[in-house]
Ligand binder design. Sequence first.
Ligand code: TTP
Ligand code: MN
Ligand code: MN
Ligand code: MN
Length: 371
Amino acid sequence: SEGPTPTSVAIVSQYACQRRTTIENNNSIFTDAFEVLAESYEFSELEGQCLAFRRAASVLKSLPCEVRRQEDIRDLPWMGEHTKAVMEDILQYGHSFEVERMLSDKKYQTLKLFTSVFGVGPKTADKWYRKGLRSFSDVLTEPSIHLNRMQQMGFLYYEDISRAVSKAEARALGSIIDEAVRAITPDGILALTGGFRREKEFGHDVDFIVTTPEPGRENSLLPDIIERLKQEGILLYCDYQASTLDISKLPCPRFEAMDHFAKCFLILQLEGSKVEGGLSRSKEGGRGWKAVRVDLVSPPVDRYAFALLGWTGSRQFERDLRRFARLERQMVLDNHTLYDKTKKEFLAAQTEKDIFAHLGLEYIEPWQRNA
Ligand code: TTP
Ligand code: MN
Ligand code: MN
Ligand code: MN
């Protein structure tokens, strides 16, 4: 493999799982610009170009200092012609013309607005755009549109759930879920995962893993928790998906965005969390609660480490873990298992450290996975 070259002391790996990326981003001026273009390519379903900008952004996020000159990026991986051109504009003029143009593009703006609603993905947003709809009121008054329940809730609680969740709010929700788990089973295991486990200051939701040491018991855990939250009167919305896990069918032949664990996507009513600016609202003015998105996933205990690693993110970190496993180790990693194709065997793991060790990777702490 590559050793140090005369021009670069520290080699930056092409894999995010071999980089340490904290929430401190010294290059947000570039990565914010890349994210706009990545998103626009996502809307156009140009996955390759989207990924190119996300990979480049991820590399820049891992750098210990700000890029000041074009030559600073000479030895970095994933710096293609297009990304370099955007960076050159930013270095020279302080902004990218292409990004500015995109930000004022009506189609981009509309798709961005529509996909900010819980339950509305790029496909639905594009369908609405092609119908000529440009605003929420256009959508809500269009007779030919049928909103599913998730989208209805997305609009109903839009003001709350489009606002970032704070660390304090995440902590408060942790106590609520913990209390529910404790009341159901004293040996329940609850762990914070997602962005807040990576020590992000804000999130779009709060993610938790819950399980129990008793095999099979995890299947009734989420329904029991949901029932308790309902009885407490704080369950505003629940999309529960039972487990579809079939151990005999692992590893999955190709990677799937969704894993097979039991999970639920919730909206909870968080008391005592005064919405900023809430007092100026005409209808709910001054109400002392906020609607917050919460995800719960419930793997069997022997899958816990894989589920925790898979749900901690970031998405870019996860992508590169799987890509590293496949290309560098001939292994298949997903949220359920690690399979060694050479030895033709599954590699068991109690902890995330076990999985990194199986992959021959240095352990990366959750707060260093903000790739
Ligand atoms: P998110 O909650 O979407 O993202 P995040 O917590 O990193 O950031 P945010 O502040 O915006 O909430 O997803 C968390 C991780 O869970 C992410 O790495 C993807 C993973 N995930 C799965 O592996 N399977 C699933 O079915 C879902 C919904 C998420
Ligand atoms: Mn999250
Ligand atoms: Mn599958
Ligand atoms: Mn989530």
